[in-house]
Structure formats: C-alpha cells, structure tokens
Ligand binder design. Structure first.
Ligand SMILES: NC(=O)c1ccc[n+]([C@@H]2O[C@H](COP(=O)([O-])OP(=O)(O)OC[C@H]3O[C@@H](n4cnc5c(N)ncnc54)[C@H](OP(=O)(O)O)[C@@H]3O)[C@@H](O)[C@H]2O)c1
Length: 358
C-alpha cells in the first residue's frame, strides 16, 4: 500500500514537472552566412526525449573558444545545429528506458556524447555535443543519458556549467597527463577558460605555476589566483628563455600548450629536460612545427589532450570540491544578451569563463 502510494506521488511529481513544460522553446543555433556561420536565437517546438534520453531545462551555458572556431567557414555543415557544449540544468522528463537519471536531478553536459572512461575506445570520440551533434544552448534540450553527469550538492548552475570542456581539458592536461605535484613547475599560456582552470588546478595540486598573458592587469589576476611567476608575452616574446631564467635554468616540467602555431617554439624552449608539453589548442592557429630534434634534445613528452571522460569529470568535481577551488567566471549574461556574450568571448577581454543563464 505504502509502495503504491509512493509510486503515485512519484508519478504525480513527474507529471507536474511535465505539465509545466511549454510547447515552444528557444535555442541559439548556427545559421549559415556568406562567410561561415553566425549564432541566432530562434524558437523551436519542444523536443521529446527518445529512448535513453532525457529532457533538460538548461539553466546556465558556459561558452568556449570552440563556439568561435565553429563559426568559421568549411568543415561539417552546422546549419540549424544547437550551439555550445557546456551546460547545467535540471532533468524535467525521461525518454523510454532512461534509467540513470530521474526527474529533478541536477546535471551537467559532457563534451563527448558517450565517453565513459579514459582511455577512449572506438566510437567514444565520435559525437561531440555542440560540435557535431546538437548542443546545450537552449531553454530545453534533449540529451543522451551518456552525455550527462550529476552536479554535486553545493555547486551553482553557473559554476557547474564551466567544467565539462574547459575544466576537464585542464584536468586532463595538468593532472592526468601532466601529473602536477608539489615541486613541479607548470607553465600556463594566457588567462582564458582552459588556462585559468589549469592555473587553479596546478596551484591546488601544490605545483609552482608560471602564467603568460598579453595583459599586465590579467597577470595580476593570475597572481591573485596562485601564479608564482608571470610573463607578458607581448613585451617578452621570447618567453621560453624567461621561463628558464625564472626557474634557475630548470624550465617548466609541464607546459599547457593552448596557443598552437604562434607558441609551439616557445613552449619547446620553455619545457624542462624530461618535461611534458600537453597539446591542447590552437588559439593562434592549428599547425606549426614542433621540431622532432628539439623534442628529442629535451627528452620531452608531447601528448595530445582531448577533453576527457565522464569518470574524469566526476574526479574533477570531487577535486575542486575537496580543495575549495571555485571556477573563475568573468561575466554572466542573460539569454537575450547571448550576442554580447559571444562578442566578449571573441574579443578575448576576459579572465576565465563567460556564462549565459537561461
Ligand atoms: N583539446 C581539447 O580538448 C580542447 C578543449 C578546450 C579548448 N581547446 C582549445 O584550446 C584553446 C583555448 O580554449 P579556451 O576555451 O580556453 O579559449 P579562451 O577562453 O577563449 O581563451 C583564449 C585566451 O588565449 C590567450 N591567448 C591568445 N593569444 C595567445 C598567445 N599568442 N599566447 C598565449 N595565449 C594567448 C588569451 O589570454 P590573454 O588575454 O591572457 O593573453 C585569451 O584570453 C582553443 O584553441 C580551444 O579550441 C581544446
């Protein structure tokens, strides 16, 4: 009898949550222009979750450089695709056979749709939320259960939304491949999303952190977040040598390489003998050369970083909670201000993350 009553109450709660769902939702989608894409806010019919999927009422979406890179012409056709990879919200409806989540669960998205654990297996890296399949930049979005992780209690939607791509990529670069630890020296390039997480994670792990930036003001922020040394890469373009100077000739045990074309040579200059370069991004362009002889002469490890798995995101959530590391959110916009949020991201005038609430 009690079990039946509980079931009725549960069904009633689920039905109530479902009843509040409107017929129309709003999404920010890619629209083709003469030269690539632009992002546009559009209305759409409410999607229904299919088998193994859930409907999430998104509350916060954190932007990544990838959203800007996806606007460039060429590559796959993204017309009409919902943008953005990183969101946090609440489950409001379940598709058939959805078994891991229930209505009312607070969740964040994952960058990869189905990547449970590292190392990746064939197929794990095939579908990327907001890059090759519909993303999370909508009031209500349907996601596969495999693309979701629970938000730990005590985390706000805004903070939780910043982790799935930028935070997890930094975690993979700094801890999984970089093995940051006390007495290790970690070099972080710039003060954007991935790099600010890398600084915070490396600092929390006890490493000495060196940060480069185009701006002395941002370097001040980096020092406040735990950087021991800072270098302005505009006024010190040969910053690789400067890293050697600052470290008594040792260099950086780990370089978190986000710059690409314009920074690879300096990264090789900066890395210590036997050190690691975690290749993450291509802010100044993908391409460029990392001399094989140069790598060999340093007995260096060079490793590619590709975000991370669901289990690694849970590890990162636990690490940040345990070490009281709070994401750095530069500015929060409303959905109607999404254009201004994207423009701020494009401008580079920020430290950490830019978030849109829905
Ligand atoms: N492999 C992966 O899994 C993965 C995951 C996420 C992102 N990414 C890639 O990693 C890169 C960073 O992404 P993000 O989201 O962190 O970008 P972001 O938040 O937009 O940060 C960009 C920052 O890069 C810095 N920067 C610009 N030019 C630089 C230069 N010449 N040298 C050093 N720093 C420079 C700037 O910092 P200052 O203003 O301080 O100079 C800028 O704020 C992008 O290419 C992105 O696509 C890869």
């Amino acid at each position: 009898m009690i079990a039946r009553l509980a079931l009725i109450v549960l069904c009633a709660a689920a039905a109530a949550a479902r009843a509040e769902i409107p017929d129309i939702t709003r999404n920010v989608v890619y629209q083709k222009t003469g030269n690539g894409y632009r992002l546009q806010l559009v209305e759409a019919p409410m999607p229904a979750p299919a088998a193994g999927q859930v409907l999430v009422r998104m509350r916060a979406v954190a932007l990544n450089r990838g959203e800007i890179e996806n606007l460039a012409p060429g590559g796959r056709d993204r017309s009409g695709m919902i943008a953005a990879s990183d969101g946090a919200g609440i489950v409001v409806a379940l598709g058939a056979a959805a078994k891991e989540f229930k209505v009312g669960d607070r969740v964040t998205s994952m960058y990869f749709n189905d990547y449970p654990d590292y190392p990746p297996k064939p197929g794990n890296l095939r579908d990327a939320v907001g890059s090759s399949t519909n993303g999370v930049f909508g009031e209500y979005v349907v996601l596969d259960e495999t693309a979701l992780v629970r938000i730990p209690s005590g985390w706000s939607d805004v903070d939780a939304a910043t982790l799935p791509t930028a935070g997890l990529t930094a975690w993979s670069a700094v801890m999984i491949q970089g093995r940051a630890a006390p007495k290790k020296i970690v070099l972080v390039q710039g003060t954007g999303g991935v790099s600010t997480f890398a600084l915070q994670i490396a600092h929390a792990a006890g490493a000495t952190v060196i940060v480069t930036s185009s701006s002395d003001e941002k370097l001040g922020r980096a020092r406040a977040l735990g950087a021991t040394h800072t270098i302005n890469y505009r006024t010190t373009p040969a910053w690789g040598k400067k890293v050697a100077e600052l470290t008594g000739g040792h260099g950086a045990d780990l370089v978190v390489e986000v710059g690409g074309l314009g920074t690879l040579q300096q990264s090789l200059e900066a890395v210590a003998l036997g050190g690691t370069i975690s290749i993450v991004g291509g802010i100044t362009g993908y391409g460029g050369e990392l001399s094989a002889l140069g790598v060999l002469d340093k007995a260096a490890h060079v490793v590619g970083i590709l975000v991370g798995s669901r289990n690694q995101l849970k590890d990162l959530q636990a690490f940040m909670t345990r070490n009281k590391v709070k994401p750095v959110v530069d500015r929060v916009y409303s959905l109607g201000e999404y254009g201004a949020a994207v423009e701020q991201l494009r401008s580079g005038q920020f430290v950490g993350k830019i978030v849109v609430t829905l």
